[in-house]
Ligand binder design. Structure first.
Ligand SMILES: Nc1ncnc2c1ncn2[C@@H]1O[C@H](COP(=O)(O)OP(=O)(O)OP(=O)(O)O)[C@@H](O)[C@H]1O
Ligand SMILES: [Mg+2]
Length: 315
């Protein structure tokens, strides 16, 4: 059996096309003959069911967390696309407060037990802990960005917040967070303005293994990026330049996967309440998404290597 892979699609800003990418990626993989589950973890605004033409779900993540549903298989909702099922994040009117890390892990490991080749998670906007944690717990992290300053700014924030969430989680027992929190504050006296790069420099100055630990954590965090809604030649440059900037200023490896044109067919398909891959399978954005999908599939599973590297941290 093909090893199960979990992709999470996030990116900070609202309305950039995360659900469009996650949904069509899921359909594309199902159309290639794989067994796919789309997990709608936009907990405040789940709407993949509408997009897929299925009724309002009566069960979702909340029922699993509350242990009203014990077998995750009972959350699977069949769709009209052969090979594709849906899991809904939350029912309308059911609030999901910040989930505990163990609850998120339990859900993810239950997802992994399901009979599927790929699981694609659609995340909501913002950098709430639930969103960032589901992003980090996936095997592959995909960010959707559009070539506009607000989206770019939010994407950088999303990357930084995700990285520090991972760093502090993995260094919990060493107390790294309380040691570095004061120097990450805006008014710090140590000129740590573009963490994590300057943070590493600062920790190196202090000695100990903290700098090596942070570097190692950086090497384990390799989100990928899709540039959506591209209209001009100039727009296309945003992807590669963000990739370079992340490396130069943050020491972060963000892999640019490719761009997708802004195309009226996308809006038309939404108005027709049909996924683009069903309504207009041969349009340019679908072609572009197909080659991005291939690149994602070919990428090595990173998660297996993760957690193996773990420098003994001393402060
Ligand atoms: N490549 C594109 N070309 C044209 N329109 C697009 C494209 N991608 C997305 N859109 C439009 O942007 C709208 C928002 O897309 P989508 O719902 O996927 O964003 P989102 O990031 O999931 O938003 P949210 O943060 O609210 O969940 C869609 O209704 C669609 O019409
Ligand atoms: Mg969405």
């Amino acid at each position: 059996m093909v090893p199960k892979k979990i992709f999470a699609v996030g990116g900070g800003k609202g309305g950039v096309g995360k659900s469009f990418v996650a949904g069509n990626l899921g359909i594309m993989l199902a159309q290639s003959g794989y067994n796919v589950i789309l997990a709608d973890l936009d907990l405040g605004g789940a709407n993949l069911h509408t997009w897929l033409g299925v009724d309002n779900p009566t069960k979702g993540l909340s029922e699993f967390i509350e242990r009203e549903v014990l077998d995750i298989e009972n959350l699977l909702i069949p769709t009209k696309i052969p090979g594709l099922s849906l899991i809904s994040g939350a029912r309308d009117g059911v609030e999901i407060a910040n989930l505990k890390h163990t609850q998120k892990r339990r859900f993810l490991s239950a997802l992994r037990q399901l009979d599927a080749d790929y699981i694609v998670i659609d995340l909501g906007a913002g950098t709430a802990y639930n969103t960032v944690d589901f992003f980090l717990l996936a095997d592959s992290q995909i960010m959707v960005v559009i070539p506009e300053p607000t989206s770019i700014e939010n994407a950088y924030r999303f990357i930084k917040n995700s990285f520090f969430r991972q760093l502090f989680h993995n260094s919990k027992s060493f107390g790294l967070k309380s040691a570095v929190a004061p120097i990450l504050r805006k008014d710090n006296q140590h000129h740590v303005n573009t963490p994590p790069k300057e943070l590493i420099n600062y920790l190196r100055m202090l000695g100990g293994s903290a700098a090596v630990f942070v570097e190692e954590q950086l090497s384990l965090f390799t989100p990928r990026m899709i540039l959506n809604q591209v209209r001009t030649e100039r727009d296309k440059l945003v992807g590669p330049s963000m990739e370079k900037a992340c490396l130069k200023f943050f020491n972060l490896n963000v892999e640019f996967l490719g761009y997708i044109d802004h195309d009226e067919a996308v809006r038309k398909s939404v108005l027709e309440r049909k996924p683009l891959s069903v309504a207009y399978p041969d349009c340019t954005p679908m072609r572009q998404l197909r080659s991005i999908c291939k690149a994602i599939q070919q990428a090595e599973p990173e998660k297996a290597a993760k957690n193996k590297l773990m420098t003994q941290l001393t402060l």
